[in-house]
Design a protein. Structure first.
Length: 458
């Protein structure tokens, strides 16, 4: 008999979590204005709000925490991080930041101006927020297959080259600071981008003189899918794939709280020294000195070690297998999810799950609240609330997909927790016809409203 697969780690420490009563959860979610972000963490049993900074670090990462060099300038911990970014990811210039949106802020301050266009594949919320805050526009060029949850295209994060070329043809290159490739593509369901597509985007962009950058929060998971799904990469290591993947870009922003395997941190990495110097000026203003960027030395050391660990195949297989396990359980229950299952999360199609909830009453948010009330599980809406209002008309933007994302923290929950989540959703699905209304907005911010919005029952 073939030996079954097992996790490539053992557990050294546990953290107590408590399952509350439904009556308690009803009270707490009302007090939180029906915004799952407003819940205290001790009122949540299984927290799938995000996989950003919520995972468990390894013993080697904790060792780095103990030996971190807290020097203001030129610390050993920074040198470790710089060496890993150069050797593993292939970029000579590294600016640490306190998290990914800070890296975006630094880069976009230099490159993105009013009236510009930034094409890419389904920009995520903070990315689009930074672009629109600067009165520029994010243009989604994702392939159409990404918006059909039952299409089994292996690389649903790919950019449609025809859509991208139309942007390039119809606008002067001075209006397009760069093309941004998000790996994996979160908004389309944690879907990967193929090497072939990255290379083709690079070649097309070169023809028009447009540089290519990456939103690289989940770059290692993207490399895993390339190894598993793309012809010619089966026998390559994850690190080899990562090196090639990044070779087609001029730089990246990264929330290191994902595939950096740390609880805080970000990176802006670049090839061009002049751009590094320009960004460095703003890095100093916004984040701190060039060699710490808003992070303690211990965090820099843990991040350097995390990047080494996340680019190992056994770790990635363990991580992604757990996400796939949950996805397959939900599919077996008949629950509509984005397929194939993505790298960091399972995305539930709320429009098909709750067909009687009007689109204007936020079906994905409604499903997220139902899941919390049912079982104390916190997910996050990736739908109309997150899509925000059109900056010009101030009307809701209705995205093609209305999703509830269940983001799985790394090395944190067991397969029994996955079983619990699946059954909770099955229970809701069996009574879905009873759920006929959603929520209305009481108050919202002008941008990135989903983080702080206040709602009431419709």
């Amino acid at each position: 008999m073939e030996l079954p697969w097992a996790e490539p780690y053992k557990i050294k420490m546990t953290e107590e979590i408590r399952l509350s009563s439904r009556e308690e959860r009803n009270k707490w979610i009302e007090e939180a204005d029906y915004n799952l972000f407003n819940l205290d963490s001790d009122k949540v049993f299984i927290d799938l709000l995000t996989d950003s900074g919520t995972g468990a670090m390894s013993d080697k990462q904790w060792a780095e925490m103990m030996i971190g060099d807290e020097s203001y300038a030129g610390s050993r911990s920074f040198r470790k991080l710089k060496t890993v970014v150069e050797n593993v990811l292939g970029f000579p210039y590294t600016l640490p930041t306190h998290q990914g949106r800070a890296a975006e802020n630094v880069l976009f301050t230099v490159l993105v101006k009013e009236g510009m266009l930034v094409p890419g594949n389904s920009h995520f919320d903070t990315t689009k927020g930074h672009i629109e805050f600067r009165k520029a526009q994010a243009i989604d060029c994702t392939i159409d297959e990404a918006f059909d949850i039952n299409d089994m295209h292996p690389f649903k994060g790919n950019i449609d080259l025809n859509k991208l070329e139309q942007v390039y043809k119809n606008h002067p290159k001075e209006q397009i600071p760069f093309c941004l490739i998000t790996i994996t593509c979160n908004s389309s369901g944690g879907q990967p981008v193929s090497i072939a597509n990255i290379k083709a985007v690079k070649e097309l962009s070169d023809q028009y003189g447009i540089p290519v950058y990456f939103d690289a929060a989940r770059f290692a998971e993207n490399a895993y899918f390339i190894k598993e799904r793309e012809e010619g990469y089966k026998d390559k290591s994850i690190k080899e794939i990562v090196k090639e993947m990044f070779s087609y870009g001029e730089g990246f922003t990264m929330s290191a709280k994902k595939d950096g395997l740390v609880n805080i941190g970000g990176i802006l990495a670049l090839r061009n020294e002049d751009l590094y110097r320009s960004c460095g000026n703003f890095g100093i203003i916004y984040e701190g000195y060039l060699t710490y960027g808003g992070l303690a030395g211990r965090d820099l050391g843990a991040l350097a070690q995390g990047l080494l660990e996340s680019t190992e195949y056994d770790y990635l297989k363990s991580r992604i297998n757990q996400v796939e396990y949950l996805g397959e359980k939900l599919i077996a229950f008949g629950i509509p999810v984005q397929k194939p299952i993505g790298g960091h999360a399972v995305f539930i199609d709320a429009l098909n799950f709750l067909p009687k909830v009007p689109r204007a009453e936020y079906p994905a948010q409604s499903l997220g609240i139902e899941l919390y009330l049912e079982a104390g599980i916190r997910g996050v809406e990736i739908g109309t609330l997150l899509a925000d209002r059109d900056p010009e008309t101030r009307l809701d933007r209705f995205p093609k997909l209305e999703l509830l994302r269940l983001a799985i923290p790394r090395r944190t929950y067991t397969f029994k927790h996955m079983d619990y989540i699946a059954v909770a959703l099955k229970n809701i699905y069996e009574r879905r016809d009873e759920i006929t209304s959603g929520y209305q907005i009481v108050w919202e911010a002008d941008i990135l409203r989903h983080f702080t919005v206040k709602l009431r029952r419709a």
